[in-house]
Design a protein around this ligand. Structure first.
Ligand SMILES: Nc1ncnc2c1ncn2[C@@H]1O[C@H](COP(=O)(O)OP(=O)(O)O)[C@@H](O)[C@H]1O
Ligand SMILES: [Mg+2]
Length: 296
């Protein structure tokens, strides 16, 4: 028998008699994601039987409520359902290794974190706009479905062959009354916020909100437009100590007329972050039109 690929030692080669694990695709703060072949689909001649599987990684997988937390992520993502949100297939438990996992579409493309490494000066406006608009659409839809994402950042957005995909709802929260039976993640337990993208009020212990998600997506758009995170002069772990007034330069690839809207979305004080995702989207979309009209 051949040895399992690196990083797979603790898992069987085939989960629930159906998914043959091929390789590790990525590991974030909480999960490990593998590329797998769906042997059932393959048997019936599916020309593309490749899918992705997400399991919780140590130490989360050890927690007594690990499966419930992964199910919560699964249920929230499914509840959202949007063309620019990752599509999930199923939630399952392998009884042999006693691990829960979810199966989902295999995204083929580049994470925005990788894209940023390749493009240190940011993306030209049209390219940036083609990512920013669907990303804002996806997040706006998430909020309309009364879910807060809680972890918008470059490594949780992918530019795939089929367009932009927002994913990783591992820190998402539903508003009261939405999917009421789901388990809730205790943030203090996992200390889960991502410095650099978490809004200042979250780092101060405040609750997740629409405006916190807005701040995070504004950081991502700034970074795509400039190649650098807005608060780049300071290490990310010092962002919590920042206090206004802070000078921010206009990101180099952003049309100037879009700057007041993006700057507003980056306000430290959530009360001053007085713009909706829809309004920000409109400003970016309109700037795109006039940009083209000017013949560029
Ligand atoms: N469906 C998928 N197809 C391809 N790659 C994926 C998929 N889901 C996740 N990944 C990769 O795995 C990484 C970790 O996945 P993620 O869901 O963000 O886990 P975590 O909750 O640990 O951050 C992602 O940044 C991405 O590179
Ligand atoms: Mg992630």
């Amino acid at each position: 028998m051949t040895a399992p690929p690196a990083g797979l030692d603790e898992l069987p080669q085939v989960l629930v008699g159906r998914y043959r694990i091929e390789r590790l695709l990525g590991a974030g703060g909480m999960g490990r994601v593998y590329c797998a072949r769906d042997l059932l689909h393959e048997q019936f001649g599916d020309p593309d039987p490749y899918i992705a599987l997400k399991l919780l990684s140590e130490p989360y997988a050890e927690a007594p409520d690990a499966s419930a937390l992964l199910f919560s992520e699964f249920a929230l993502t499914r509840h959202v359902h949007h063309p620019n949100v990752l599509r999930l297939h199923s939630f399952e438990v392998d009884t042999e290794c006693r691990r829960a996992f979810m199966s989902m579409e295999l995204m083929r493309g580049l994470g925005l974190d990788q894209l940023l490494c390749e493009r240190p000066l940011g993306l030209p406006w049209r390219e940036l706009r083609d990512i920013a608009l669907p990303l804002l659409d996806a997040l706006d839809h998430v909020h309309r479905r009364r879910v807060l994402h809680g972890d918008v950042k470059p490594s949780n957005v992918m530019l795939t062959e089929d367009g932009v995909r927002l994913f990783d709802f591992g820190l998402a929260q539903a508003e009261a009354g939405v999917l009421p039976g789901l388990a809730h993640l205790s943030r203090t337990r996992f200390n889960a916020w991502t410095p650099g993208y978490a809004a200042p009020e979250l780092l101060d212990g405040g609750p997740l909100s629409v405006r916190a998600d807005l701040y995070a997506v504004a950081c991502v758009i700034y970074e795509l437009a400039d190649g650098q995170h807005p608060w780049r002069r300071l290490p990310a772990n010092q962002v919590r100590d920042l206090r206004p007034p802070l000078e921010l330069s206009v990101p180099r690839q952003l049309p100037k007329r879009c700057w007041p809207a993006l700057r507003c979305a980056l306000a430290f004080d959530p009360a001053a972050r007085d713009i909706t995702l829809g309004q920000l989207r409109e400003v970016l979309a309109d700037a795109g039109t006039s940009w083209r009209k000017r013949g560029r």
